[in-house]
Design a protein around this ligand. Sequence first.
Ligand code: ARG
Length: 250
Amino acid sequence: MSPVIDKITDTSGKKVDVVKSWDAGDPRPRVMLTAAHCVTQKSGSVTEIAGLEVVSGNTNIAAVGKVVQQVEKIIPHPDYDDDTMANDIAILILSEAPNPVPDGANPRSIALPHPADVASYKSVTAAHSVMGWGTTENGFLSQFLMPVRVPYSDQAACKATYSGIGWDVHATSFCTGFVSGGFDSCQGDSGGVLFHRPTTGANSNQLAAPVLTGIVSWGRGCGLPGFAGVYADVAGQRAWIENEVIKSLN
Ligand code: ARG
């Protein structure tokens, strides 16, 4: 994700920065989103930056030709709560990439959801996709990026299944997955991308560019019937993200 920042004059005549767009397609974006639980300790302190790398540009995690970027700043959501998993989101501001983008590697930034799109993807008929190098049914991490499509879940049903075992799906999260289970993100996928492609065109039969709808957060087991995957809701965090990014990139 990479913002294009615009200077505008507000009603009091003051010059302020606003985020004009998030989808500039920057091959080496400097803003990354992840889960707060990936970059914070139980004590509440933030993970050490030294040694933290952001790797992109290849679906094979063991490949040589990939883009490696260092992290300059970690900004966990101030209201992240590791008991309720509320606001499980963090921003990483990356230093300039130290290496060039290798041939064939094509990392791309993804747009943040626009408030006006939300109704269309928060619908049980809407497909989302999630991907990661997390564990598969054999119990091991995957060397290759594994994508899976999951529908937006009926939120009342998802909340009800989890409350049956005493777990709460916080209002800053939402669930995706089939009622019958079987397709899900899993351990090691946390912090990863859940996205939706809105339909476009006169007959709504074309797919527009992907929009980042969620961040992999938690679940009970993986792919269990009724226990859908739980994701941090990105749309609700847009104002916080924009604010932090503008502060950090200026
Ligand atoms: N908390 C996990 C992680 O740290 C993600 C679990 C997602 N689980 C699920 N059933 N969707 O990688």
